[in-house]
Design a protein around this ligand. Sequence first.
Ligand SMILES: Nc1ncnc2c1ncn2[C@@H]1O[C@H](COP(=O)(O)OP(=O)(O)OP(=O)(O)O)[C@@H](O)[C@H]1O
Ligand SMILES: [Mg+2]
Length: 523
Amino acid sequence: MALGLDEILDSSGFVPHGVCLLWRPDILALHVASDMLIGLSYFSIPVALVYFVMRRRDVDFGWMALLFALFIIACGSTHFLMVWTLWNPDYVLEGLVKAVTAFASLGTAAALWWLMPRLLTLPSPKQLEATNRALEQEIAIRRQMEMRYSSFFNNLAESLFIVQVLPDGEFAFEAINPALARSTGLDPEGLRDRRVTDALGPEVAESIIPRYTACRDGGESIDYEETLLLPIGLRVFHTMLVPVKDAAGRVVQILGSSRDVTERKRLQAEVLQTSKLATLGTLAAGMAHEMSQPLNVIRLWTENMLSRLRDNLLEPQRAERSLTLVIEQTDRMAKLIDHVRSFGRRDGGGMQAFTPAHCVQNAVDLVRHQYALEDIEIIESATSAQMPVTGRPLELEQVILNLFSNARDAIIALRATGGEAGHIMVAVSDESDGQNVAIQVTDDGGGIDPSVLPQIFDPFFTTKEVGKGSGLGLSIGYGIIDGMGGRIDARNVDLEGGRHGVRFTITLPSQPVSSSDRELSHA
Ligand SMILES: Nc1ncnc2c1ncn2[C@@H]1O[C@H](COP(=O)(O)OP(=O)(O)OP(=O)(O)O)[C@@H](O)[C@H]1O
Ligand SMILES: [Mg+2]
Protein backbone atom coordinates (compact mmCIF):
# COMPACT_ATOMS: atom_id res chain seq x y z
CA MET A 1 0.00 0.00 0.00
CA ALA A 2 1.48 3.37 -1.05
CA LEU A 3 2.30 5.81 1.69
CA GLY A 4 1.32 9.47 1.35
CA LEU A 5 3.84 12.23 2.13
CA ASP A 6 1.94 13.09 5.34
CA GLU A 7 2.18 9.51 6.60
CA ILE A 8 5.93 9.35 5.68
CA LEU A 9 6.58 12.47 7.66
CA ASP A 10 4.18 11.45 10.46
CA SER A 11 6.38 11.11 13.52
CA SER A 12 3.65 11.10 16.14
CA GLY A 13 4.14 8.39 18.65
CA PHE A 14 7.93 8.22 18.08
CA VAL A 15 10.61 9.75 20.17
CA PRO A 16 13.69 11.31 18.60
CA HIS A 17 16.85 9.17 18.65
CA GLY A 18 18.51 11.70 20.99
CA VAL A 19 16.32 10.34 23.75
CA CYS A 20 18.18 7.01 23.51
CA LEU A 21 21.39 8.97 23.92
CA LEU A 22 19.85 10.70 27.01
CA TRP A 23 20.52 14.00 25.22
CA ARG A 24 24.10 13.79 26.39
CA PRO A 25 25.76 16.63 24.51
CA ASP A 26 29.12 14.85 24.14
CA ILE A 27 27.57 11.68 22.61
CA LEU A 28 25.23 13.78 20.45
CA ALA A 29 28.19 15.80 19.22
CA LEU A 30 30.13 12.62 18.45
CA HIS A 31 27.27 11.17 16.36
CA VAL A 32 26.51 14.44 14.59
CA ALA A 33 30.12 15.12 13.71
CA SER A 34 30.81 11.57 12.55
CA ASP A 35 27.61 11.21 10.48
CA MET A 36 28.03 14.67 8.96
CA LEU A 37 31.63 13.92 7.98
CA ILE A 38 30.70 10.51 6.53
CA GLY A 39 27.75 12.03 4.64
CA LEU A 40 29.84 14.89 3.24
CA SER A 41 32.61 12.54 2.15
CA TYR A 42 30.09 10.19 0.57
CA PHE A 43 28.58 13.13 -1.34
CA SER A 44 31.97 14.26 -2.62
CA ILE A 45 32.87 10.82 -4.04
CA PRO A 46 30.10 10.81 -6.75
CA VAL A 47 31.19 14.27 -7.81
CA ALA A 48 34.69 12.87 -8.32
CA LEU A 49 33.30 9.84 -10.17
CA VAL A 50 31.12 11.93 -12.48
CA TYR A 51 34.03 14.25 -13.10
CA PHE A 52 36.20 11.21 -14.00
CA VAL A 53 33.61 9.74 -16.34
CA MET A 54 33.14 13.11 -18.03
CA ARG A 55 36.86 13.61 -18.54
CA ARG A 56 37.64 10.04 -19.59
CA ARG A 57 34.90 9.34 -22.08
CA ASP A 58 37.10 6.60 -23.61
CA VAL A 59 36.83 4.50 -20.40
CA ASP A 60 34.55 1.50 -20.73
CA PHE A 61 32.02 0.75 -17.97
CA GLY A 62 31.28 4.47 -17.33
CA TRP A 63 27.73 3.42 -16.45
CA MET A 64 29.21 1.33 -13.60
CA ALA A 65 30.87 4.43 -12.14
CA LEU A 66 27.52 6.24 -12.35
CA LEU A 67 25.84 3.34 -10.55
CA PHE A 68 28.50 3.60 -7.88
CA ALA A 69 27.82 7.31 -7.60
CA LEU A 70 24.12 6.67 -7.06
CA PHE A 71 24.81 4.06 -4.42
CA ILE A 72 27.26 6.30 -2.53
CA ILE A 73 24.85 9.25 -2.64
CA ALA A 74 22.20 6.97 -1.12
CA CYS A 75 24.65 5.85 1.59
CA GLY A 76 25.56 9.49 2.33
CA SER A 77 21.89 10.40 2.60
CA THR A 78 21.31 7.72 5.27
CA HIS A 79 24.02 9.36 7.41
CA PHE A 80 22.46 12.82 7.07
CA LEU A 81 19.11 11.32 8.07
CA MET A 82 20.73 9.73 11.11
CA VAL A 83 21.69 13.22 12.27
CA TRP A 84 18.15 14.42 11.48
CA THR A 85 16.49 11.65 13.50
CA LEU A 86 18.51 12.55 16.60
CA TRP A 87 16.03 15.38 17.02
CA ASN A 88 13.22 14.47 14.58
CA PRO A 89 11.78 10.98 14.79
CA ASP A 90 11.13 10.62 10.95
CA TYR A 91 11.94 6.92 11.02
CA VAL A 92 9.67 6.03 8.09
CA LEU A 93 11.55 8.46 5.83
CA GLU A 94 14.83 7.11 7.18
CA GLY A 95 13.69 3.55 6.50
CA LEU A 96 12.70 4.44 2.91
CA VAL A 97 16.06 6.10 2.21
CA LYS A 98 17.75 2.99 3.61
CA ALA A 99 15.59 0.84 1.32
CA VAL A 100 16.67 2.94 -1.72
CA THR A 101 20.28 2.54 -0.52
CA ALA A 102 19.74 -1.20 -0.19
CA PHE A 103 18.49 -1.50 -3.81
CA ALA A 104 21.30 0.70 -5.10
CA SER A 105 23.84 -1.40 -3.14
CA LEU A 106 22.35 -4.65 -4.40
CA GLY A 107 22.34 -3.43 -8.03
CA THR A 108 25.92 -2.18 -7.74
CA ALA A 109 27.13 -5.40 -6.11
CA ALA A 110 25.39 -7.58 -8.74
CA ALA A 111 26.74 -5.44 -11.59
CA LEU A 112 30.20 -5.61 -10.08
CA TRP A 113 30.19 -9.42 -9.94
CA TRP A 114 28.71 -9.61 -13.40
CA LEU A 115 31.46 -7.40 -14.72
CA MET A 116 34.22 -9.16 -12.78
CA PRO A 117 35.43 -11.53 -15.60
CA ARG A 118 35.68 -8.60 -17.96
CA LEU A 119 37.35 -6.38 -15.39
CA LEU A 120 39.92 -9.11 -14.79
CA THR A 121 40.87 -9.03 -18.48
CA LEU A 122 41.57 -5.30 -18.36
CA PRO A 123 45.30 -4.80 -18.87
CA SER A 124 47.10 -3.58 -15.83
CA PRO A 125 49.13 -0.37 -16.05
CA LYS A 126 52.26 -2.55 -16.02
CA GLN A 127 50.99 -4.62 -18.92
CA LEU A 128 50.03 -1.45 -20.77
CA GLU A 129 53.44 -0.02 -20.15
CA ALA A 130 55.11 -3.16 -21.55
CA THR A 131 52.80 -3.10 -24.58
CA ASN A 132 53.57 0.56 -25.12
CA ARG A 133 57.28 -0.10 -24.96
CA ALA A 134 56.95 -2.94 -27.52
CA LEU A 135 54.89 -0.69 -29.77
CA GLU A 136 57.40 2.12 -29.51
CA GLN A 137 60.17 -0.28 -30.51
CA GLU A 138 58.16 -1.51 -33.45
CA ILE A 139 57.43 2.04 -34.55
CA ALA A 140 61.15 2.83 -34.37
CA ILE A 141 61.97 -0.24 -36.50
CA ARG A 142 59.25 0.63 -38.98
CA ARG A 143 60.46 4.21 -39.19
CA GLN A 144 63.96 2.95 -39.92
CA MET A 145 62.63 0.65 -42.64
CA GLU A 146 60.50 3.42 -44.07
CA MET A 147 63.54 5.69 -44.18
CA ARG A 148 65.56 2.95 -45.87
CA TYR A 149 62.87 2.30 -48.46
CA SER A 150 62.19 5.95 -49.08
CA SER A 151 65.92 6.42 -49.51
CA PHE A 152 65.91 3.62 -52.12
CA PHE A 153 62.87 5.18 -53.75
CA ASN A 154 64.41 8.64 -53.81
CA ASN A 155 67.98 7.76 -54.73
CA LEU A 156 67.72 4.85 -57.15
CA ALA A 157 68.68 5.71 -60.71
CA GLU A 158 65.78 3.54 -61.90
CA SER A 159 62.58 5.52 -62.47
CA LEU A 160 59.91 4.32 -60.05
CA PHE A 161 56.27 5.18 -59.44
CA ILE A 162 53.39 4.02 -57.29
CA VAL A 163 49.84 4.03 -58.61
CA GLN A 164 46.84 3.64 -56.32
CA VAL A 165 43.85 1.61 -57.48
CA LEU A 166 40.88 3.67 -56.25
CA PRO A 167 37.70 1.99 -54.96
CA ASP A 168 35.94 2.92 -58.22
CA GLY A 169 38.66 1.01 -60.12
CA GLU A 170 40.32 4.14 -61.49
CA PHE A 171 44.00 4.98 -60.99
CA ALA A 172 45.72 7.83 -59.15
CA PHE A 173 49.42 8.55 -58.71
CA GLU A 174 50.63 8.07 -55.16
CA ALA A 175 54.24 9.01 -55.77
CA ILE A 176 56.92 9.19 -58.43
CA ASN A 177 60.61 9.19 -57.56
CA PRO A 178 63.08 11.93 -58.50
CA ALA A 179 64.65 9.74 -61.22
CA LEU A 180 61.28 9.43 -62.96
CA ALA A 181 60.66 13.14 -62.50
CA ARG A 182 64.02 13.84 -64.19
CA SER A 183 63.51 11.42 -67.07
CA THR A 184 59.98 12.58 -67.85
CA GLY A 185 60.00 16.24 -66.84
CA LEU A 186 56.90 15.62 -64.69
CA ASP A 187 56.43 17.37 -61.34
CA PRO A 188 56.09 14.86 -58.44
CA GLU A 189 53.99 17.26 -56.38
CA GLY A 190 51.72 18.02 -59.31
CA LEU A 191 51.00 14.29 -59.71
CA ARG A 192 50.50 13.28 -56.10
CA ASP A 193 47.04 11.86 -55.39
CA ARG A 194 45.76 12.95 -58.78
CA ARG A 195 43.88 10.70 -61.15
CA VAL A 196 45.97 9.64 -64.13
CA THR A 197 43.71 11.38 -66.65
CA ASP A 198 43.82 14.67 -64.72
CA ALA A 199 47.55 14.46 -64.11
CA LEU A 200 48.79 13.51 -67.58
CA GLY A 201 46.04 14.63 -69.89
CA PRO A 202 43.68 12.39 -71.90
CA GLU A 203 46.16 11.53 -74.69
CA VAL A 204 48.90 10.05 -72.51
CA ALA A 205 46.32 8.56 -70.12
CA GLU A 206 44.62 6.81 -73.03
CA SER A 207 47.78 4.86 -73.78
CA ILE A 208 48.78 3.96 -70.21
CA ILE A 209 45.41 3.26 -68.53
CA PRO A 210 44.85 0.04 -70.55
CA ARG A 211 48.22 -1.20 -69.21
CA TYR A 212 47.29 -0.41 -65.60
CA THR A 213 43.91 -2.06 -66.17
CA ALA A 214 45.60 -5.19 -67.54
CA CYS A 215 47.87 -5.36 -64.48
CA ARG A 216 44.91 -4.79 -62.11
CA ASP A 217 42.64 -7.34 -63.76
CA GLY A 218 45.32 -9.93 -64.47
CA GLY A 219 46.83 -9.57 -60.98
CA GLU A 220 50.26 -10.31 -62.47
CA SER A 221 53.37 -8.37 -63.42
CA ILE A 222 53.51 -7.13 -66.97
CA ASP A 223 56.20 -5.37 -68.96
CA TYR A 224 55.90 -3.50 -72.20
CA GLU A 225 57.34 -0.74 -74.27
CA GLU A 226 55.53 2.54 -74.71
CA THR A 227 56.07 5.76 -76.59
CA LEU A 228 54.84 8.79 -74.67
CA LEU A 229 54.61 12.46 -75.53
CA LEU A 230 55.92 14.08 -72.34
CA PRO A 231 56.94 17.59 -71.34
CA ILE A 232 60.50 16.75 -72.47
CA GLY A 233 59.34 15.41 -75.84
CA LEU A 234 58.59 12.04 -77.40
CA ARG A 235 60.29 9.27 -75.39
CA VAL A 236 60.25 5.49 -75.50
CA PHE A 237 60.07 3.66 -72.17
CA HIS A 238 60.40 0.06 -71.17
CA THR A 239 57.98 -0.19 -68.26
CA MET A 240 57.32 -2.94 -65.75
CA LEU A 241 54.18 -3.02 -63.55
CA VAL A 242 53.88 -5.15 -60.40
CA PRO A 243 50.48 -5.45 -58.65
CA VAL A 244 50.22 -5.18 -54.84
CA LYS A 245 47.26 -7.05 -53.36
CA ASP A 246 45.40 -6.69 -50.07
CA ALA A 247 44.52 -9.61 -47.77
CA ALA A 248 41.43 -10.34 -49.88
CA GLY A 249 43.55 -10.62 -53.03
CA ARG A 250 42.29 -7.36 -54.54
CA VAL A 251 44.89 -5.28 -56.38
CA VAL A 252 45.12 -2.03 -54.42
CA GLN A 253 48.36 -0.61 -55.69
CA ILE A 254 50.61 -0.91 -58.72
CA LEU A 255 54.36 -0.48 -58.40
CA GLY A 256 56.02 0.60 -61.62
CA SER A 257 59.54 0.99 -62.92
CA SER A 258 60.42 2.62 -66.21
CA ARG A 259 63.60 2.80 -68.22
CA ASP A 260 64.07 5.39 -70.93
CA VAL A 261 65.13 3.34 -73.98
CA THR A 262 64.77 6.14 -76.54
CA GLU A 263 68.50 6.28 -77.19
CA ARG A 264 68.83 2.49 -77.34
CA LYS A 265 65.96 2.33 -79.84
CA ARG A 266 67.63 5.00 -81.96
CA LEU A 267 70.91 3.05 -81.96
CA GLN A 268 69.07 -0.19 -82.78
CA ALA A 269 67.42 1.49 -85.75
CA GLU A 270 70.83 2.81 -86.77
CA VAL A 271 72.44 -0.65 -86.61
CA LEU A 272 69.54 -2.17 -88.52
CA GLN A 273 69.88 0.49 -91.18
CA THR A 274 73.66 0.00 -91.48
CA SER A 275 73.19 -3.72 -91.76
CA LYS A 276 70.51 -3.27 -94.42
CA LEU A 277 72.76 -1.01 -96.45
CA ALA A 278 75.59 -3.55 -96.10
CA THR A 279 73.24 -6.26 -97.41
CA LEU A 280 72.34 -3.99 -100.34
CA GLY A 281 76.05 -3.45 -100.97
CA THR A 282 76.68 -7.18 -101.25
CA LEU A 283 73.69 -7.46 -103.58
CA ALA A 284 74.86 -4.70 -105.91
CA ALA A 285 76.60 -7.06 -108.36
CA GLY A 286 73.59 -9.34 -108.58
CA MET A 287 71.25 -6.40 -109.07
CA ALA A 288 73.40 -4.95 -111.83
CA HIS A 289 73.10 -8.29 -113.60
CA GLU A 290 69.36 -8.39 -112.94
CA MET A 291 68.97 -4.92 -114.49
CA SER A 292 71.23 -5.58 -117.44
CA GLN A 293 69.00 -8.38 -118.68
CA PRO A 294 65.86 -6.29 -119.33
CA LEU A 295 68.05 -3.49 -120.67
CA ASN A 296 69.54 -5.88 -123.19
CA VAL A 297 66.10 -7.09 -124.19
CA ILE A 298 64.85 -3.50 -124.61
CA ARG A 299 67.86 -2.57 -126.67
CA LEU A 300 67.52 -5.61 -128.95
CA TRP A 301 63.84 -5.04 -129.65
CA THR A 302 64.08 -1.29 -130.14
CA GLU A 303 67.11 -1.71 -132.47
CA ASN A 304 65.14 -4.28 -134.40
CA MET A 305 62.13 -1.94 -134.68
CA LEU A 306 64.34 0.97 -135.76
CA SER A 307 65.99 -0.94 -138.57
CA ARG A 308 62.59 -2.21 -139.77
CA LEU A 309 61.23 1.33 -139.62
CA ARG A 310 64.14 2.57 -141.71
CA ASP A 311 63.54 -0.18 -144.24
CA ASN A 312 59.83 0.56 -144.17
CA LEU A 313 59.14 -2.96 -143.01
CA LEU A 314 57.58 -2.26 -139.63
CA GLU A 315 54.03 -3.59 -139.50
CA PRO A 316 51.82 -2.09 -136.82
CA GLN A 317 51.21 -5.51 -135.26
CA ARG A 318 54.91 -6.18 -134.84
CA ALA A 319 55.49 -2.65 -133.50
CA GLU A 320 52.77 -3.17 -130.89
CA ARG A 321 54.22 -6.50 -129.77
CA SER A 322 57.72 -5.01 -129.50
CA LEU A 323 56.57 -1.97 -127.55
CA THR A 324 54.52 -4.15 -125.16
CA LEU A 325 57.62 -6.20 -124.50
CA VAL A 326 59.62 -3.03 -123.86
CA ILE A 327 56.97 -1.88 -121.38
CA GLU A 328 57.05 -5.27 -119.62
CA GLN A 329 60.81 -5.08 -119.26
CA THR A 330 60.76 -1.52 -117.96
CA ASP A 331 58.07 -2.60 -115.48
CA ARG A 332 60.33 -5.39 -114.29
CA MET A 333 63.18 -2.91 -113.77
CA ALA A 334 60.93 -0.39 -112.06
CA LYS A 335 59.75 -3.10 -109.68
CA LEU A 336 63.29 -4.07 -108.82
CA ILE A 337 64.34 -0.45 -108.28
CA ASP A 338 61.26 0.17 -106.15
CA HIS A 339 62.02 -2.84 -104.04
CA VAL A 340 65.64 -1.86 -103.49
CA ARG A 341 64.56 1.66 -102.64
CA SER A 342 62.03 0.57 -100.03
CA PHE A 343 64.43 -2.02 -98.64
CA GLY A 344 67.07 0.67 -98.12
CA ARG A 345 64.62 3.10 -96.54
CA ARG A 346 65.42 4.07 -92.95
CA ASP A 347 61.86 3.60 -91.83
CA GLY A 348 60.91 -0.04 -92.20
CA GLY A 349 57.20 0.81 -92.25
CA GLY A 350 54.64 -0.07 -89.60
CA MET A 351 53.76 -3.48 -88.19
CA GLN A 352 51.31 -5.25 -90.48
CA ALA A 353 49.92 -8.67 -91.27
CA PHE A 354 51.53 -10.35 -94.27
CA THR A 355 52.25 -13.79 -95.71
CA PRO A 356 55.87 -14.75 -95.10
CA ALA A 357 56.02 -16.83 -98.30
CA HIS A 358 55.79 -13.61 -100.28
CA CYS A 359 58.71 -12.15 -98.35
CA VAL A 360 60.83 -15.22 -98.89
CA GLN A 361 60.03 -15.05 -102.62
CA ASN A 362 61.20 -11.41 -102.77
CA ALA A 363 64.48 -12.30 -101.06
CA VAL A 364 65.02 -15.22 -103.43
CA ASP A 365 64.30 -13.02 -106.47
CA LEU A 366 66.79 -10.48 -105.25
CA VAL A 367 69.76 -12.87 -105.02
CA ARG A 368 68.95 -15.73 -107.38
CA HIS A 369 70.83 -14.30 -110.37
CA GLN A 370 73.83 -13.20 -108.43
CA TYR A 371 74.16 -16.59 -106.76
CA ALA A 372 73.67 -18.33 -110.09
CA LEU A 373 76.73 -16.47 -111.36
CA GLU A 374 78.64 -18.12 -108.51
CA ASP A 375 77.11 -21.50 -109.30
CA ILE A 376 74.93 -21.52 -106.21
CA GLU A 377 71.41 -22.72 -106.79
CA ILE A 378 68.46 -21.66 -104.66
CA ILE A 379 65.92 -24.48 -104.54
CA GLU A 380 62.44 -23.52 -103.40
CA SER A 381 60.06 -26.19 -102.14
CA ALA A 382 56.54 -25.79 -103.43
CA THR A 383 54.52 -24.11 -100.70
CA SER A 384 50.89 -23.77 -99.83
CA ALA A 385 51.64 -21.63 -96.74
CA GLN A 386 49.00 -18.96 -96.43
CA MET A 387 48.74 -18.02 -92.78
CA PRO A 388 49.61 -14.41 -92.14
CA VAL A 389 52.11 -13.24 -89.51
CA THR A 390 52.51 -9.80 -87.95
CA GLY A 391 55.62 -7.68 -88.36
CA ARG A 392 57.50 -5.63 -90.91
CA PRO A 393 57.88 -7.59 -94.17
CA LEU A 394 61.09 -5.82 -95.14
CA GLU A 395 62.67 -6.74 -91.83
CA LEU A 396 61.83 -10.41 -92.34
CA GLU A 397 63.26 -10.15 -95.83
CA GLN A 398 66.44 -8.75 -94.28
CA VAL A 399 66.66 -11.78 -91.99
CA ILE A 400 66.23 -14.21 -94.90
CA LEU A 401 68.80 -12.33 -96.99
CA ASN A 402 71.34 -12.64 -94.17
CA LEU A 403 70.66 -16.39 -93.97
CA PHE A 404 71.26 -16.62 -97.73
CA SER A 405 74.46 -14.61 -97.52
CA ASN A 406 75.73 -16.74 -94.60
CA ALA A 407 74.93 -19.87 -96.62
CA ARG A 408 76.71 -18.46 -99.64
CA ASP A 409 79.78 -17.55 -97.55
CA ALA A 410 79.84 -21.08 -96.08
CA ILE A 411 79.52 -22.68 -99.53
CA ILE A 412 82.34 -20.55 -100.97
CA ALA A 413 84.52 -21.26 -97.91
CA LEU A 414 83.91 -25.02 -98.23
CA ARG A 415 84.75 -24.94 -101.92
CA ALA A 416 87.98 -23.11 -101.12
CA THR A 417 89.02 -26.15 -99.08
CA GLY A 418 88.16 -28.51 -101.94
CA GLY A 419 84.68 -29.44 -100.75
CA GLU A 420 81.67 -29.72 -103.00
CA ALA A 421 78.75 -27.45 -102.26
CA GLY A 422 76.31 -25.14 -104.01
CA HIS A 423 72.73 -25.52 -102.85
CA ILE A 424 70.44 -23.45 -100.68
CA MET A 425 67.06 -25.03 -99.95
CA VAL A 426 64.16 -22.80 -98.88
CA ALA A 427 60.80 -24.00 -97.57
CA VAL A 428 57.83 -22.15 -96.08
CA SER A 429 55.02 -24.12 -94.45
CA ASP A 430 52.01 -23.60 -92.20
CA GLU A 431 52.51 -25.82 -89.17
CA SER A 432 49.88 -28.47 -88.64
CA ASP A 433 48.81 -26.93 -85.28
CA GLY A 434 47.46 -23.98 -87.26
CA GLN A 435 49.33 -21.59 -84.94
CA ASN A 436 52.70 -21.09 -86.57
CA VAL A 437 54.37 -20.61 -89.89
CA ALA A 438 57.83 -22.17 -90.35
CA ILE A 439 60.54 -20.96 -92.70
CA GLN A 440 63.54 -23.22 -93.27
CA VAL A 441 66.76 -22.25 -94.96
CA THR A 442 69.18 -25.15 -95.42
CA ASP A 443 72.58 -25.09 -97.10
CA ASP A 444 75.22 -27.65 -97.93
CA GLY A 445 78.09 -25.40 -96.85
CA GLY A 446 79.57 -27.90 -94.37
CA GLY A 447 77.80 -26.88 -91.17
CA ILE A 448 78.84 -24.92 -88.09
CA ASP A 449 81.48 -26.10 -85.64
CA PRO A 450 79.37 -27.41 -82.69
CA SER A 451 81.59 -25.52 -80.22
CA VAL A 452 80.57 -22.15 -81.70
CA LEU A 453 76.95 -23.05 -82.47
CA PRO A 454 75.62 -21.63 -79.16
CA GLN A 455 77.30 -18.27 -79.89
CA ILE A 456 76.23 -17.55 -83.45
CA PHE A 457 73.31 -15.32 -82.36
CA ASP A 458 75.55 -13.22 -80.10
CA PRO A 459 76.20 -9.68 -81.34
CA PHE A 460 79.61 -9.32 -83.03
CA PHE A 461 80.26 -13.05 -83.09
CA THR A 462 81.86 -13.92 -86.41
CA THR A 463 84.28 -16.51 -87.71
CA LYS A 464 84.85 -14.54 -90.87
CA GLU A 465 88.02 -12.60 -91.57
CA VAL A 466 88.29 -8.98 -90.54
CA GLY A 467 86.36 -6.83 -92.98
CA LYS A 468 84.20 -9.71 -94.23
CA GLY A 469 81.67 -10.11 -91.46
CA SER A 470 80.55 -7.82 -88.65
CA GLY A 471 78.94 -10.66 -86.68
CA LEU A 472 75.71 -8.68 -86.45
CA GLY A 473 73.60 -10.42 -89.08
CA LEU A 474 72.19 -13.22 -86.94
CA SER A 475 71.90 -11.14 -83.78
CA ILE A 476 69.83 -8.52 -85.63
CA GLY A 477 67.83 -11.33 -87.20
CA TYR A 478 67.22 -12.85 -83.77
CA GLY A 479 65.90 -9.49 -82.50
CA ILE A 480 63.60 -9.06 -85.49
CA ILE A 481 62.13 -12.56 -85.17
CA ASP A 482 61.74 -12.19 -81.41
CA GLY A 483 60.02 -8.85 -82.05
CA MET A 484 57.49 -10.72 -84.18
CA GLY A 485 56.85 -13.12 -81.31
CA GLY A 486 58.70 -15.96 -83.03
CA ARG A 487 61.99 -17.84 -82.65
CA ILE A 488 64.93 -18.76 -84.81
CA ASP A 489 67.29 -21.64 -84.29
CA ALA A 490 70.09 -23.37 -86.12
CA ARG A 491 71.26 -26.96 -86.27
CA ASN A 492 73.68 -28.97 -88.31
CA VAL A 493 72.10 -31.42 -90.75
CA ASP A 494 73.35 -34.35 -92.82
CA LEU A 495 72.21 -34.15 -96.44
CA GLU A 496 72.05 -36.51 -99.40
CA GLY A 497 75.33 -37.51 -101.00
CA GLY A 498 77.23 -37.32 -97.70
CA ARG A 499 77.02 -33.53 -97.63
CA HIS A 500 76.60 -31.50 -94.46
CA GLY A 501 75.17 -28.13 -93.78
CA VAL A 502 73.13 -25.91 -91.52
CA ARG A 503 69.38 -25.60 -91.23
CA PHE A 504 67.96 -22.36 -89.86
CA THR A 505 64.33 -22.63 -88.79
CA ILE A 506 62.25 -19.54 -88.19
CA THR A 507 58.93 -20.14 -86.44
CA LEU A 508 56.46 -17.26 -86.47
CA PRO A 509 53.12 -17.15 -84.68
CA SER A 510 50.23 -16.56 -87.01
CA GLN A 511 48.27 -14.59 -84.37
CA PRO A 512 48.73 -10.88 -84.46
CA VAL A 513 51.08 -9.50 -81.77
CA SER A 514 51.02 -6.01 -80.36
CA SER A 515 53.96 -4.13 -81.76
CA SER A 516 54.79 -2.26 -78.58
CA ASP A 517 54.78 -5.41 -76.50
CA ARG A 518 57.20 -7.23 -78.66
CA GLU A 519 59.54 -4.61 -79.98
CA LEU A 520 61.48 -4.30 -76.79
CA SER A 521 63.16 -7.62 -77.37
CA HIS A 522 65.04 -6.13 -80.26
CA ALA A 523 67.82 -5.34 -77.77
N1 LIG B 1 75.02 -21.17 -92.91
C1 LIG B 1 76.09 -21.11 -92.13
N2 LIG B 1 77.09 -22.01 -92.25
C2 LIG B 1 78.17 -21.95 -91.47
N3 LIG B 1 78.37 -21.02 -90.52
C3 LIG B 1 77.42 -20.09 -90.34
C4 LIG B 1 76.23 -20.08 -91.13
N4 LIG B 1 75.45 -19.05 -90.70
C5 LIG B 1 76.15 -18.44 -89.72
N5 LIG B 1 77.32 -19.04 -89.49
C6 LIG B 1 78.31 -18.66 -88.47
O1 LIG B 1 77.72 -17.73 -87.60
C7 LIG B 1 78.52 -16.54 -87.56
C8 LIG B 1 77.64 -15.36 -87.28
O2 LIG B 1 76.80 -15.05 -88.38
P1 LIG B 1 76.25 -13.61 -88.56
O3 LIG B 1 75.39 -13.58 -89.76
O4 LIG B 1 75.69 -13.15 -87.28
O5 LIG B 1 77.55 -12.74 -88.78
P2 LIG B 1 78.52 -12.71 -90.04
O6 LIG B 1 77.86 -13.35 -91.20
O7 LIG B 1 79.82 -13.24 -89.59
O8 LIG B 1 78.64 -11.15 -90.26
P3 LIG B 1 77.52 -10.18 -90.89
O9 LIG B 1 76.32 -11.01 -91.16
O10 LIG B 1 77.30 -9.16 -89.84
O11 LIG B 1 78.13 -9.64 -92.11
C9 LIG B 1 79.25 -16.52 -88.86
O12 LIG B 1 80.46 -15.78 -88.76
C10 LIG B 1 79.52 -18.00 -89.09
O13 LIG B 1 80.63 -18.43 -88.35
MG1 LIG C 1 75.87 -12.90 -91.82
